[in-house]
Design a protein around this ligand. Sequence first.
Ligand code: CDP
Length: 310
Amino acid sequence: VLCWFYIFPVYRLPRDKEIVEEVLRQGEIWQKNQTGIDLYRKLLTDCCDPQRMFAVTKENSPMGKVLWYDGEFYHSHTVNNETYPLFVQDNPLQLPLKKCAVVGNGGILRHSKCGRHIDQADFVMRCNLPPLSKEYVEDVGTRTHLVTANPSIIEKRFQNLLWSRKAFVDSMKVYGSSYIYMPAFSMKPGTDPSLRAYYALADTSSNLTMLFANPEFLRTVGKFWKARSVHAKRLSTGLFLISLALGLCEEVTAYGFWPFSVGLDEQPVSHHYYDNILPYKWFHAMPEEFVQLWHLHKSGTLRMRVGHCP
Ligand code: CDP
């Protein structure tokens, strides 16, 4: 057994409890490390070129370009007369972004009082069209500059926009004039709902700007983390956004990343700040992701807020 272990050392992920204890030991101590920040920006730029590639643009995806779906094998979309006009010309963000807040949907945000902190960032990114109603404002803030939307939400929550376009457009108003970032070319069944969402917003002169996530960017970011011990069928939305932020922002603070059922006070924590619906078990590897993010926190490359905000 010993020999076998030496030949194939097994990477053992620390159990949830051990991670929680480690976080407790570290406490709220955090020291910004400019070298770490510069290094990660360079690593991410070299692998994934977020500045140029994070969205599908007219510049990186001209007519006739084949976009290979990153979430499944052997499916592609060739940019055509129907899709090309829907792409933005080029990366529309004013770079570099200064202080960015990436807000995950973890239950630790509940009663965190982090809303004010989040709203002080220059650029706020959120995941999966999260609720921002009054009861949550104190904990999660109100401002949004970029929000992701999974095509499955369009199908489930808005009946694929077949008769609920108004409900969709109205519920998007809480995100102000932000970018809505949709992985339209990740899974084949997601393309149609994403295009419908684009038209629903465009037809009502909404303040939101649709950006389609570039499948090539998502694929390269997936590889980047795979090489760093994140083994999942697919990265979580939150890790994609943190990777984007590390590539584009001068300083990144992450809130609501806590994929454990127990909090630092040993009290139960719900999966989301607004419900306790658990994810599909083997799809993401959120605890593995958390370990990597905590390394970055310890090295001063990004700041993770896992407790209450002062
Ligand atoms: O769709 P997905 O399961 O990726 O995301 P979500 O449940 O809407 O949450 C948004 C993001 O927050 C996730 O992608 C995770 O990165 C993060 N999250 C977390 O770290 N801990 C939780 N308990 C829940 C979400």
